[in-house]
Design a protein around this ligand. Structure first.
Ligand code: GSH
Length: 215
């Protein structure tokens, strides 16, 4: 049985939940609360299994993997069907490039510890912090929007979503949470609407996770 160290609002863990669901892989969750008692990710118990102190972490037997994209790559190699990436090498690289832009150039500027550092260590006011957040999300998604225009189909696997959508949908979830202006990204919005109507995405959504607060 696969084990995912997870938190309902972690968008990096949300990527992995989507990928697991798309592949039809059952998993059990170990919930790590990112806010309680200063954040359980900083506790000795969690650091002993993931010194990076971040979610997600996937455990598959003796294999323990940190970093959501490393996890997606592992799942793709270890459990190849159904595939998350297309067969064409050029297209695979293009898709990875877009996913990496989300995971390495947008998300890390706005993750919890960065936002906490801005306010608690640097004294950045809430309005300025929100502006910072929106700036990096909106400029990053503008590039993703252009990248989507260069793909041969609306979804990255033709009629199916995969690796790219597993990264994009959580990033848009975050963008909406922070009231980013998304009207200039019609391609992204169309992809989000299609994906969110699918079970694999609906079941990975933050608000339906076991540790999400009651609505
Ligand atoms: N590059 C990492 C990012 C992981 C990450 O930032 N995780 C966040 C939740 S989305 C986290 O654990 N934050 C805890 C913190 O910032 O203290 C990945 O893709 O897995």
């Amino acid at each position: 049985m696969l084990t995912l160290y997870d938190y309902w609002r972690s968008s990096a863990a949300y990527r992995v939940r989507i990928a697991l669901n798309l592949k039809g892989l059952a998993y059990q969750s170990v919930l790590v609360h990112l806010l309680k008692d200063g954040g359980e990710q900083h506790g000795a118990d969690y650091l002993a299994i993931n010194p990076q102190g971040l979610l997600p972490l996937l455990v598959d037997g003796d294999t323990r993997i940190a970093q959501s994209l490393a996890i997606l790559e592992y799942l793709e190699e270890r459990y190849p069907q159904p595939a998350l990436l297309p067969r064409d090498h050029g297209l695979r690289a293009q898709i990875r490039g877009l996913a990496l832009h989300i995971a390495c150039d947008i998300h890390p500027l706005n993750n919890l510890r960065v936002l906490q550092y801005l306010s608690t260590e640097l004294g950045v006011e809430a309005a300025a912090k929100d502006a910072w957040y929106r700036h990096w999300v909106e400029t990053g998604l503008a590039a993703v929007e252009q990248g989507l225009a260069r793909l041969p189909s609306e979804l990255s696997l033709g009629e199916r979503p995969g690796y790219l959508e597993a990264c994009l949908i959580p990033q848009v979830y975050n963008a909406r949470r922070f009231n980013c202006d998304l009207h200039a990204y019609p391609r992204i919005l169309a992809v989000v609407e299609r994906c969110n109507s699918l079970e694999a995405f609906a079941n990975a959504a933050p608000e339906v996770q076991p540790d999400a607060p009651a609505q």
